[in-house]
Write a protein that binds this ligand. Sequence first.
Ligand SMILES: [Zn+2]
Length: 331
Amino acid sequence: MPFLSGNELEKVCKKAKREGYGFIASNIAEPNVLIGVLEASKNKKSDLILQLSTGAAKFAGGEDLITGLRVVTKYIQILAKKYDIGVFLNLDHWKKKDMDFIKMAIEEKLASSIMIDASKESFDENVRITHEVVKMAEGKGILIEGELGKIKGVEEKGTASAEAFYTNPDEAVEFVEKTGLDLLAVSIGTQHGVSKGKNIKLRTDLAQKINNALIDAGKEVPLVLHGSSGLTEKQVKEIIKYGICKVNKDTRYQYEYARTSLDYYFEHKDSILPPKGEPDNRDGFFSDSKWSPVKADFDPRVVSKLIRKQVEKTAEKLIDQVGSAGKSLYL
Ligand SMILES: [Zn+2]
């Protein structure tokens, strides 16, 4: 089926929270990771949350953000029809400066949900900006994710914080009440980018407190964890118990992408680089040389297929960690 609306995503998240499992939200920027996670989700009978950052949208659109978003959305819509599972697209870390694009995305229904990240602003300003986007999306079938607290590390330009600021449970209740958001990203000690799970002081107690405070106030929403690529399997399984419903993964796939390419090209470098003593006649595409490069190895589709397979294997393991296998609402 094509990717679905926020109304469907709400059902999917509610069921997950009720039954105590979560979803991996997979960042994509190009087809290889996209197809890898689609295949993994199909194999595991799990619904799939995809994510697109502003940087990834720009990348896909030849540096034009809205073009990229339209192209990727269309690509997912058509591709997802081949799969029986529910496929959703979240816009990840869109900011105040992207407000015009957020408006377009809502009007053109280019996403299932949108994360408005105003976590760097003061509490009041964060409330104001997040609420503005919630209002914009009202009745349009698009969910809104907000973030409270700051997550340490580097994700993409402008999505970095030198220090982690943990989310305060009372503030979380006030934030959800005042903004009317649908999903809440919390800061409980994870880091964006590369991090080592064993060095992370993961505050599961805090996730539990935030979740309980929201439930007590009658404001329960699915919680989101960013910066979780470095978490150990045990840590992931633990946080799911405490109301975290969406676990974001980006960096992990990026590494698998680079590693798979490196391994392949390293192993087949004689197909791509001329041997020692042979002129490196790249400009003439080796037409005057005895040596020729081997198309069967440098055709990008060859390494791309290996990347897709590796992403698929990685995503299957991650799906098992959060427990969404066999739980698709649409089978
Ligand atoms: Zn993030």
